[in-house]
Design a protein around this ligand. Structure first.
Ligand SMILES: [Fe+2]
Ligand SMILES: [Fe+2]
Length: 119
């Protein structure tokens, strides 16, 4: 199951979800050099920051209700991502596990929050 499996019906948002799926898949690849993993992780992190920002601004521009829970969930996801990264640097998690964990979290997020954006 992919983050982008749930279509919001807003092209830019759906495309961004698909791009994040791609970055997650790239991160989950076997046998990546640690430095390469870090670079790929940075791409994912920047992609998510940009995407969350976009959703928040898009909602304002289009008079959609962007509730506090959704905002909080974006913040929590970024905190979670940092926690996972710290575990990776301490060799407690592989980047593949970081990717899979984020994917699960993002799936829950898209179901609980993003699907309501275009209601
Ligand atoms: Fe989203
Ligand atoms: Fe969201």
């Amino acid at each position: 199951m992919k983050y982008s499996s749930y279509k919001i019906g807003v092209l830019e948002i759906d495309v961004q979800h698909a791009n994040i799926d791609y970055l997650l898949t790239e991160l989950a690849r076997d046998g990546l050099d640690k430095e390469v993993s870090k670079e790929k992780f940075e791409l994912l992190k920047n992609g998510l920051v940009h995407h969350f920002d976009f959703e928040e601004k898009w909602s304002q521009t289009n008079n959609k209700n962007f509730d506090v829970d959704h905002l909080e969930s974006h913040k929590k996801l970024l905190v979670k991502l940092n926690e996972l990264y710290n575990q990776f640097t301490k060799s407690e998690l592989s980047m593949c596990e970081v990717s899979l964990t984020m994917k699960m979290e993002l799936l829950k997020h898209v179901q609980n929050h993003d699907t309501r954006l275009n209601a």
